[in-house]
Design a protein around this ligand. Sequence first.
Ligand code: ADP
Length: 303
Amino acid sequence: RVIVVGSANLDLVVSTPQLPRPGETVLGGDFRTVPGGKGANQAVAAARAGATCEFVGAVGSDEFGRQLRDSLAGAGVDVRGLRSVPGPSGVALIAVDQAAENFIVVAPGANAALTDLDAADRAAVGAADVLLLQLEVPLPTVVRAADLARAGGTTVVLNAAPAAPLPAELLDMVDVLVVNEHEAAVVAGVFSDDPAVLLDALLALVPRVVLTLGARGAAYADRRGVRRSVPAPVVDAVDTTAAGDAFTGALAVGWAERGGAVDADAVTDALRWACAAGAACAQRPGASTALPERAAIDALYAA
Ligand code: ADP
């Protein structure tokens, strides 16, 4: 059982031959809306990976809010903890040119209104095996959720995205930190191309670290001295958008299914499975629409 406390955004995506300069208007191509937000994506990733998954977040009182709620529920995510608040939903305005360069402006909207967790949230967090957090809702809410998890014996997994330096108050409650290389550097305040250097710096802050390395897979280190690196399955990557969300959602599921991944072999296995999820996502175009089902993850894991 996995619970996510985090963001839901509707991505408003338009293709364009070239990105506009300030003050310029360009004529774009196809427009589409895609459910997104790191919190919602990771909840969908966990549900598709086969977990019972609950999402605590906020959408607006607009049509986008209804669309986001339907999309989560349609993926099998329990949305009892999803609030509808007055005002607009979170959106990401995205323009993408032919070279896949993009402009993105995120308006947090309702996500900024996720400021308190109630008794029902407390019970849900305490009943879960894993609480999965990101950094797209107000930081005090992230801290509060982690605090509720600690009180309930629930494992706290933090995906520190978007990258930001973090207060000790939060880091002290994190059981497993999941970061890519850029996020690792920002959180640690150490800039290095060497994964071992990043892992060492992060272990000064949290007890367990998972570092994702794109096509190179993932690395793990903990304060007990365990270090593992796991290659990603070799795939034809067409679009790596949301690969990190697929990885993190599946890792939370794999961690819970292995009883907290206490020994080094269980950790390695959970990492291999999460890498299979990231790779399966990279094989398909699109963001949340590319998050893989359990069967697709298992197939790459077994290959
Ligand atoms: P983010 O998207 O957050 O930067 P990464 O690029 O590190 O995260 O990707 C997350 C995971 O997805 C990787 O650890 C890996 O398992 C998988 N992945 C990403 N890109 C590829 C790829 N080109 N081939 C295979 N697996 C990939």
